[in-house]
Write a protein that binds this ligand. Structure first.
Ligand code: PGA
Length: 251
């Protein structure tokens, strides 16, 4: 990884965590972070109900808080939705957009995701834009073409490294215990960075995370790859010890 890109370890709690659990996990992570400076940033993305609580609990620490999704508009008649401005107001500094569970279960397209990424920028949040191929697309040899189309469709023009992070998450690797080979991850990240250069003038400074079944056991291999600048972690981010082991695999 280039020295200019500070690694980011992001936890996606998905639909997990009541107040007591969220507070306990945050306290454990803060205690670990407080032991000393680390060469990475740590972000946790709890369910929206916990963003305010966790942000307040983490005040004064280096732990960053993010949302898991946002609406493209700032406000309006969108029952059940949350705007990027609301997440910012609740204490978030980032938001995941275009996670495959949103793309698949909520029919989000690249265009939808792009609108959400633009909303994040408008609100002053970092957008963690997720992309990734399905198993069918991989088996058909289309992985790099799919990733290229998703980058061009989901990442707004004139994005900056300061407000955009890309997360490569092969759909078939999420929650399955399976991961692509290190060579395949490296090829995907290199291609994503090359494509990102069409969307921004500082693609080299943009962080590209790998996500999908990242565990303490495979973290050193995956995070040690040249163009991998951190991880987006689902299941293993719910246990402080595992999440910490993944983060510290970076050095
Ligand atoms: P996983 O999920 O680590 O449980 O595979 C990753 C994600 O969905 O972001």
């Amino acid at each position: 990884m280039a020295a200019a890109r500070r690694p980011l370890i992001a936890g996606n709690w998905k639909m997990n965590g009541l107040v007591s659990e969220g507070r306990a996990l945050t306290a454990e992570l803060m205690a670990l972070l407080n032991r000393g400076a680390r060469p990475f940033e740590m972000l946790v993305c709890p369910p929206a109900t916990l963003v305010s609580t966790i942000s307040t609990a983490a005040r004064g620490s280096v732990l960053l808080i993010g949302g898991q999704d946002c609406h493209a508009d700032a406000k309006g008649a969108f029952t059940g939705d949350l705007s990027a401005e609301m997440l910012k107001d609740a204490g978030a500094s980032a938001v995941i957009v275009g996670h495959s569970e949103r793309r698949t279960l909520h029919g989000e397209t690249d265009q939808t995701v792009r609108g959400k990424a633009m909303a994040a920028k408008r609100a002053g949040l970092t957008a963690v834009i997720c992309i990734g191929e399905t198993l069918e697309q991989r088996d058909a040899g289309k992985t790099l073409a799919v990733l290229e189309a998703q980058v061009l469709g989901s990442v707004p023009e004139a994005s900056r490294a300061a407000n955009v992070v890309v997360a490569y998450e092969p759909v078939w690797a999420i929650g399955t215990g399976r991961t692509p080979s290190p060579d395949d991850v490296a090829a995907a990240h290199t291609h994503i960075r090359k494509t990102l250069a069409q969307r921004m003038d500082n693609a080299d400074a943009t962080r590209i995370l790998y996500g999908g079944s990242v565990k303490p056991e495979n973290a050193a291999t995956l995070l040690g790859l040249e163009d991998v600048d951190g991880a987006l972690v689902g299941g293993a981010s719910l246990k402080a010890a595992d999440f910490w082991a993944i983060a510290t695999a970076i050095g």
